[in-house]
Ligand binder design. Structure first.
Ligand code: S3P
Length: 172
């Protein structure tokens, strides 16, 4: 039985808009595990929205909090964790995840990412620029990091349930 063999957190990494939270929630429900969203935990700890943390304190302050929140989430055995798109591009955070969890790179092409983030997005890194250009640049920059995850799942435009099924197959 897969669930009884899982003793480490399953950690979804990959670009904003790819569906880490949706897929993570479904995966956790299917496996009977707890689900945690790292961005939600950061907002809870800071009592502020992610966009407000970026505006008031800057990205490096956010990355510091993100690393500490993820370090805490990595404790306590099996669960499913969705991380923010930049987390796995941070060296210390990436090491934590690779050492203590099972990292899964959830991936899709730029068109799908742009479509999924939508037009009225509040993500701080998409402010003041063309979303497609920003997403394409960030994806290219981060791909060498995401590629260090031992499991790679492509999820282009199909329903998120398909990605969940393929993750379960890869874990088994
Ligand atoms: C970020 C992605 C966001 C959030 C923050 C920074 C990034 O999370 O952590 O806005 O650097 O790509 P999602 O991937 O859930 O959008």
């Amino acid at each position: 039985e897969l669930v009884s063999r899982l003793d480490r957190p399953i950690v979804l990494v990959g670009m904003m808009g790819v569906g880490k939270s949706t897929v993570g929630r479904k995966l956790a429900a299917l496996l009977g595990l707890q689900f945690r969203d790292a961005d939600d935990e950061i907002e809870e700890a800071a009592q502020m929205r992610v966009s407000e943390i970026f505006e008031r304190f800057g990205e490096s302050y956010f990355r510091d909090g993100e690393r500490r929140v993820i370090a805490r989430l990595m404790e306590g055995g099996a669960k499913v964790i969705a991380t923010g798109g930049g987390a796995f591009a941070q060296e210390e955070t990436r090491k934590l995840i690779l050492d203590r969890g099972i990292a899964i790179w959830l991936d899709s092409d730029v068109d799908t990412l742009v479509e999924r983030v939508g037009r009225r997005d509040t993500r701080p890194l998409l402010r003041g620029g063309d979303p497609r250009e920003i997403i394409a640049r960030l994806k290219a920059e981060r791909e060498p990091f995401y590629a260090q995850a031992p499991i790679h799942i492509l999820s282009n435009s199909g329903p998120h349930g398909e990605a969940v099924t393929r993750i379960v197959q890869e874990l088994d």
